[in-house]
Design a protein around this ligand. Structure first.
Ligand SMILES: NC(=O)c1ccc[n+]([C@@H]2O[C@H](COP(=O)([O-])OP(=O)(O)OC[C@H]3O[C@@H](n4cnc5c(N)ncnc54)[C@H](O)[C@@H]3O)[C@@H](O)[C@H]2O)c1
Length: 252
């Protein structure tokens, strides 16, 4: 799929990698609809978009909001061709942890489990379902979905919720790739390693240094390097049902 004049939704477009993808897509001549829960971030993105980026508030874990968001995107852009399921959060906690008093056992709260599953797995399910339904209804036979998973899909301590969601998203990438091929819709995923975004800026420098020591290429990735993978998946018409790990070799 050529990017020029294609119509692409990016969830979580207000900040970090999603924001970078929106700006790159617009530079390539695509029409972009950014959705997020961050109203201020969306407004400044639209200002930067040279008339190629529109936006809508949407919590991807809410079915009613996703149904409305995909219809709004289709209306504002005059059709749909691409969806980047990028919105995501993490809320880390060990499953159980013995406290320093040697007696108390702290448990991962159900709310932490559920919130991450709702946003990182149910969100992409709802967005992809609505996107695919709209393409089929409008007989658009050129559609691509890109799911943003994570290196944590292989399992990362303290991330039962996040690892389950991101691994589930890769499983669904395969399934949706199979189920949607008959409608001309391709589905791919990217599993980024540790990428330089505001999420990591919030971590203590010594923790970031520890992370970098575990990466064979000895540095964090940049949003641009994830964009290169997204661009490949969007443009390569023979790619579907697969996940690209772009992680500096961290899981090799
Ligand atoms: N930064 C990394 O190192 C890294 C590594 C692997 C995977 N990822 C994944 O990449 C994606 C983007 O991460 P980022 O680092 O750019 O983070 P970020 O926090 O900068 O961006 C995430 C965006 O998602 C939005 N969002 C949060 N909850 C939402 C909801 N319920 N509905 C709609 N939007 C919501 C946020 O407002 C924010 O704009 C996430 O899915 C994340 O899990 C990030």
């Amino acid at each position: 799929m050529q990017l020029c004049d294609r119509k692409v939704i990016v969830t979580g477009g207000a900040s970090g990698m999603g924001r970078h993808f929106c700006l790159r897509l617009a530079e390539c001549g695509a029409t972009v609809y950014a959705s997020d829960i961050n109203e201020e971030g969306l407004a400044s993105l639209v200002d930067q978009g040279n008339g190629r980026i529109s936006s809508g508030l949407c919590d991807v874990s809410r079915e009613d909001q996703v149904v409305e968001m995909v219809s709004d995107a289709c209306r504002k852009m005059g059709g749909l061709n691409g969806l980047i399921n990028n919105a995501g959060i993490f809320l880390d906690s060990m499953l159980v942890k013995k406290e320093s008093d040697g007696q108390t056992v702290r448990k991962m709260p159900l709310e932490k489990w559920q919130k991450v599953i709702d946003i990182d797995l149910t969100g992409p399910f709802l967005c992809t379902r609505e996107f695919a339904a709209k393409l089929i209804e409008t007989d658009t036979r050129a559609g691509v979905v890109v799911n943003i998973s994570s290196v944590s899909r292989h399992g990362n301590q303290g991330q039962s919720n996040y690892s389950a969601a991101k691994a589930g998203l890769v499983a669904d990438t395969k399934l949706w790739g199979l189920e949607l091929a008959r409608y001309g819709i391709r589905v791919g995923a990217i599993a980024p390693g540790f990428i330089h975004t505001p999420i990591l800026d919030a971590m203590r420098p010594e923790i970031v240094e520890g992370v970098i020591k575990r990466i064979p290429l000895r540095r964090l990735g940049e949003p641009e390097e994830i964009w290169q993978g997204i661009r490949f998946i969007l443009e390569c018409d023979y790619f579907t049902g697969r996940c690209l790990d772009i992680d500096g070799g961290v899981v090799v």
